[in-house]
Design a protein around this ligand. Sequence first.
Ligand code: ZN
Length: 362
Amino acid sequence: MHASGYIRPSALVALLSSLLPVLPAAAGSGQPKPREIRVLVVRAEFPDRKMELGESEWKREWGTLQEKLADYWKRHSYGIIEDIPMECTGRLELPEASTNYFDVQELRKAMRRAAEKEGYRLSEYDQVVLSYPSIRHNISFGGLGTPGTVWLPGSNPFDGGYIHEFGHALGVGHANAVEGDGVPYPGEHREGRDGLFMMGSEGQGRVGDYSTINLPMRYRMGFVGDDHLERAKGRGVYRIYDFERERLAEKRTLGVRVEVEGKDFWITYAPAMADRWSRFNAEGFERGVLLHELRGSVTDILDFTPGSQGTGSTADFIDTRDGALQIGTSFAFPGTTVVVEPLKTGRTGNWRWIEVGIDTGK
Ligand SMILES: [Zn+2]
């Protein structure tokens, strides 16, 4: 059990890969329509294990948690998530002792059945959140999310954990990093180690509001459509605008996608990260770009200063925070003729941008 409320990445990968349904194609053309996400919170306890919090205290805690969740996702979805209205069941008792819910799927089924018996129609909700006293499961976690379901054991689930698990419930996996051997790519896969973003599995609780959602994941969740993206062709210079905004009233290019040997790479610009991560030598975000591979529901960030903070330890987790691709340098994908070269930054009104030369070699 991790204190700050997230699952060990290895366990999560196993679970996600077994549960992730085929998602509808993300976004598509045009700007997506705002929507509400309706949540039912099912509260249950076991004959041998009761809720730790009293009714009114629980409701107060949950109200606060839900408000933080809705606020975070509204602000990080360009307002596409309009609201996350929540309903709660009363306190339900499951028929069997807690030791019979070792399997998280069995617990899910039992809690859904208990709610249905009380008259809740689960098909009317987009997400079902399971709140129950901490018990022993077949995998160790503080919180867990898959499309449609969030498990939050314990009496006071950590808010960062809930926000992160909700991302899994909305259909994205972890923000990973690629690093190692002194080269940015291809390096070693590091699960959840993209410390810049909330879907990195480490630090998301501690960093809370610092942590945003990267652009490929926003696309994957349907918060931004193809009309805010370009695909690199031939050789050209692209102006890429800061994607960290609360609304997208104007049409701007927020990311350029480059295909490299069948893989989908994204070039984006997030200068505000320089301030947020200032204690990590992160000023490079103002004059550099982020480069992610989008691979199904997960992203892999390329770290352009591999090994700058040591290898194989938690230091690597913060390593991506000095790792943007900088003006004055360029990156050629090994074994290809694809080259990315940040050129200059500027500002149009209140939009900050960076120009990037891209040669796709085609
Ligand atoms: Zn996770």
